[in-house]
Design a protein around this ligand. Sequence first.
Ligand SMILES: [Zn+2]
Length: 390
Amino acid sequence: MNQYAGHDGTPLLMEKVVDWGIKNLDRARAHAANTPWELHSGIPLEWYTLSENLYRAYQLTGLTKYKEFGDVWRYDSYWNKFAETSAPTNAQGVHAYSHCNSFSGAAMAYLIEGDPRLLRILKNFHDYLQSSQCYATGGYGPAERYVFADGALGESLALRMDSCEASCCSWAAFKLAKYLMMCTGESRYGDWIERLLYNAIGAALPIVENGKHFYYANYHLGAGMKIYSHNPYTCCSGTYLQNVVEYQNLIYFHNDAALHVNLYLPSSVIWETGGQAVKLTQETRYPEAETVTMRLDMPQPQNFTLRLRVPAWSCGVSFKLNGSALNVAAQPGEWASIRREWQRGDRFEMTIPLNFRRAPIDRQHPDNTPIAWRSCVAPWSLHSRSCTST
Ligand SMILES: [Zn+2]
């Protein structure tokens, strides 16, 4: 509230709450483990997610007690599994969402301390999820666990209804990908954000009366359903709101020289550069339509670079400026960069051809979907709506 809304009273309230925690919270804890079952989220539950916001409080206020209390809840024992590899053999079986969320603590530690080892850990953990844990939707964590890379993810399509904790998993991934984009400048992390935006949180049922909300995305090949959680107001009703608020942090990024457009959504941003405010406004129906239109508005012509995420899955992305084709290199998985003197009223178009594609779920199941779908007995519930997940 202080950062985004300028509320003066909140730092004092935050300090009171944290002072209570410093004085009273038990430092004893058990790290998460594959077995016994009770340990999958550690004891006390998910303690390893606390450091991120304490580090953010330190960044906001400069008070060292926040940094010191954040250090108490670091999760180096798990983070270190990814120090030298993106394919550790001892990272599976633990609670999926909260372990992803803990890496936002590692990201904040990196932003404060600058230790390159932490950045390496973040990259490796991201790549671990992409290579062995994520469904085509970007979701992860059947039965809320990380799976072994032995075909278990493919098998989960036939065995599990609890494929992905849609809202919480989106929330943790959004932050991790955002931190990685900020720290590396690489566009590829935005691809995961985009996939989750449309297929996980964006495909969730809306929260309705009495706290009814969506919890598990269910990718079961023979009986996929889209239904509300039995329990009201779980974690996923909270992270649903946090996700929606986070969208504003995921669309645009900038550095001194360039404005970066990560997501193609109807939106606008004002960026201060060269002593003036540049306003960019996006108009689009993407991904229901292929073209994104961006209008630029500023008092004087301004020389700067506009960088646009070219989705890794895309092919044949093209550009127009004021109606004329513009020759710009567009390598999938990279930024397309356009540096020029932009004029007030410039109208820039980006077309991303929307093609059908298939993504094998894992090495053991390269062709897993069509037959199972055809034989589907599909007990679609009254709450189901059209699936957007593949
Ligand atoms: Zn949840």
